[in-house]
Structure formats: C-alpha cells, structure tokens
Write a protein that binds this ligand. Structure first.
Ligand SMILES: [Zn+2]
Length: 93
C-alpha cells in the first residue's frame, strides 16, 4: 500500500503495559518483534502484524480491533506463506 515498514527485533517488547510478541507502530512504519521467541513464532507474529497493517491501511479499524479475527486470519495466512522465503526477512534483521 505504498508504505515500507522496517522490522525491528526487540528484547522485552511491551505495548503500553502489556508484554507482547509483536507490535506495529503505524505512524513510524515499524514492525517490532520480540527477540525471545523462536524462528517459527517470529514468522507467525510477523504475519499477524502484517494482517493488522493491511486492515489499518485499508480503513477497517473495527476489524483491526478484532484480535480473534486477526489471530485466525494471520495464522492461516502464515501457514499458506510458510513455504515461501519469509525466513530471510527475519533472519537478516
Ligand atoms: Zn494483534
């Protein structure tokens, strides 16, 4: 959608007061991933955050706030994309 996001691997990632595995900073175009998770969980979290960004950038704020929908859609999308080369994206950071 025309915006390039940076991926940042962070130790002890918090969103407000909640410890999280991933967080999307829309205003600064950064996806933050908790470092203390294995490769497959980093990738699944990355797809989860991409799902948030897609809905945010297309104006579906109500759907973007539905965490259960994001988890279900993101996890299925992760499974579909698993055979592609997403590993290099995370491993090169
Ligand atoms: Zn989420």
């Amino acid at each position: 959608m025309g915006i390039d996001f940076k991926i940042s691997i962070v130790k002890n990632l918090f969103e407000g007061t909640n410890k999280v595995l991933g967080f999307s900073d829309y205003a600064n175009s950064v996806i933050k991933l908790e470092s203390n998770q294995d490769k497959q969980n980093k990738l699944q979290t990355l797809v989860h955050e991409i799902t948030h960004i897609i809905l945010w950038n297309t104006g579906y704020d109500d759907l973007n706030a539905n965490e259960q929908l994001i988890v279900a859609f993101g996890n299925v999308l992760y499974q579909v994309l698993k055979d592609n080369n997403l590993s290099e994206i995370v491993e090169s950071k």
